[in-house]
Design a protein around this ligand. Structure first.
Ligand SMILES: Nc1ncnc2c1ncn2[C@@H]1O[C@H](COP(=O)(O)OP(=O)(O)OP(=O)(O)O)[C@@H](O)[C@H]1O
Ligand SMILES: [Mg+2]
Length: 258
């Protein structure tokens, strides 16, 4: 369904993604792991056709995604409904006067029917029904994230791209999101640097190194047991302490350093 082949991308000459190849089948749940700046968000933006590979190709359902392809109105309409991205920072997604309008926006754009019913259904499911008349700008970070998620889910996408979706959520909401994603049968690609929840977000892990390359693609629980690979990805680090002329070493798995 999603195929990246030898994809590279730089911002003003600075590398963000280097020679990445992977594909994702329909219905797979994939977790992209990597430290700050490794290129996770950039990969999701490429899959969402907000950025285009400068080298290599991205195919969605076999179609090569290029700026020209994204001018084909019929294709774009279908693509924007099928492939949706929850941004890392919900503030960049919010611009409507009320939460209701925020959730309804995409549905209206796509000329969908039964908008009120859909908005109410998803607001209820995400526990934000009581916020529908509020301005989304004055909500908390977690509430904003839920509004954005409701707006995306109301489109009934085929591919859900989630950029650090639990960063703003409390434990109860995180638990809810994990359970909810688990029972969805659509394709989900989630980024995180939280090793504590990575395994609950998917079985397959794609791991990026500091120099923006893919260093692992496979079973996530195997990866999390591989100390060398975790070190290579800088997802753990070693502390050295000296006590009584003896050097003690231990390493930490960071549950969350966002
Ligand atoms: N708009 C931009 N302009 C210039 N450079 C950028 C821009 N966005 C990202 N970068 C750079 O590209 C690289 C990859 O960034 P990206 O946001 O994809 O990383 P990330 O893995 O999502 O990081 P984080 O965990 O902090 O969200 C970083 O070095 C970053 O500084
Ligand atoms: Mg990011």
């Amino acid at each position: 369904m999603i195929e990246l082949k030898d994809v590279s991308f730089s911002y003003q000459g600075r590398k963000a993604v280097e020679n990445i190849t992977f594909s994702v089948q329909k219905g797979e749940k994939v977790v992209i792991l990597g430290i700050n700046g490794s290129g996770k968000s950039t990969i999701l933006k490429i899959i969402n056709a907000l950025l285009f590979p400068q080298e290599g190709t991205y195919r969605y359902r076999g179609e090569i995604i290029t700026p020209k392809k994204m001018k084909d109105r019929e294709f774009v309409r279908k693509f924007r409904k099928e492939v949706v991205l929850l941004f890392q920072n919900p503030d960049t997604m919010i611009f409507n006067p009320t939460v209701f309008d925020e959730i309804a926006f995409g549905l209206r754009q796509l000329g969908e029917k039964d908008i009120k019913e859909k908005v109410h259904y998803w607001a209820d499911k995400l526990g934000i029904f009581h916020l529908l008349d509020r301005s989304p700008f004055e909500l908390s970070g977690g509430e904003k994230q839920k509004v954005c998620l409701a707006a995306l889910l109301s489109l009934e996408p085929e591919v859900l791209l989630l950029d650090e979706p639990t960063a703003n959520l409390d434990p109860r909401s995180t638990g809810w999101l994990i359970d909810f994603l688990y029972q969805l049968d659509i394709t989900v690609v989630t980024t995180t640097h939280n090793l504590g929840i990575a395994l609950e977000l998917g079985e397959r892990g794609l791991v990026l190194s500091e120099n923006h390359r893919l260093i692992y693609d496979g079973n996530l629980s195997e990866f999390l047991k591989d100390r060398e690979k975790l070190l290579e990805a800088n997802l753990i680090h070693i502390h050295r302490h000296r006590h009584d002329d003896m050097e003690h070493r231990h390493y930490h798995i960071h549950d969350d350093f966002s």
